[in-house]
Write a protein that binds this ligand. Structure first.
Ligand code: SF4
Ligand code: SF4
Length: 137
C-alpha cells in the first residue's frame, strides 16, 4: 500500500485552503476531510510512491507503506527536511534504525534568481512561449 496518513500526526495543515500534500502530489491524490481535518490518499492504486507528500508534510504524518515484495512489512522510511539538508531515517522491521543525511542545496534559501541571470523579467516567466520565441520560430 502506498502513501498512508497517520491520523494522530496530521493537523490538516492548520485548515489552510490547500494542504501541503495536496499542493505537491503530481497525481492529485491527496484530499482533506474537512470535517475531521485529516488528509488521505483517495486512490492508492494510482500512487507512484514518489515520496513528494512524505517529504513535504510538516508533521511527518505520511508514510509510504510499500508492497511486501520490495519493502519488508513493518519497515518504514521517514524523511525529515531542513533548509539545507534532508535526513532519511530507515527503520527495519527488527526495529533497527539507520539515518542518512544529504545536502539538498548549494546556495542559501531565497537566493536563486528565477530567470537564471537571463534578465527576462518576471512577466516573461509567466509567458507560455519559450525564451527565444517568436524570433526562433
Ligand atoms: S501535509 Fe501532512 S499535515 Fe498537512 S494535511 Fe497533508 S498529511 Fe496532514
Ligand atoms: S507518494 Fe507521490 S503520488 Fe503518492 S500520494 Fe504522495 S505525492 Fe502523490
Amino acid at each position: 500500500m502506498p502513501s498512508f496518513v497517520i491520523n494522530d500526526k496530521c493537523d490538516g495543515c492548520k485548515a489552510q485552503d490547500r494542504t501541503a500534500c495536496q499542493y505537491i502530489c503530481p497525481n492529485d491524490l491527496m484530499v482533506l476531510d474537512k470535517e475531521k481535518n485529516k488528509a488521505y490518499n483517495r486512490a492508492v492504486d494510482m500512487c507512484w510512491e514518489c515520496y513528494s507528500c512524505v517529504k513535504i508534510c510538516p508533521t511527518q504524518a505520511i508514510e509510504i507503506r510499500g508492497y511486501a515484495d520490495f519493502m519488508p512489512l513493518g519497515g518504514v522510511v521517514q524523511p525529515l527536511r531542513s533548509t539545507d539538508s534532508i535526513m532519511w531515517a530507515v527503520k527495519f522491521r527488527n526495529k533497527k534504525v539507520k539515518r542518512f543525511k544529504f545536502p539538498i542545496r548549494t546556495t542559501p534559501e531565497g537566493t536563486i534568481e528565477p530567470d537564471a541571470g537571463f534578465e527576462t523579467g518576471s512577466d516573461d516567466l509567466k509567458s507560455p512561449v519559450l525564451r527565444t520565441e517568436p524570433e526562433s520560430l
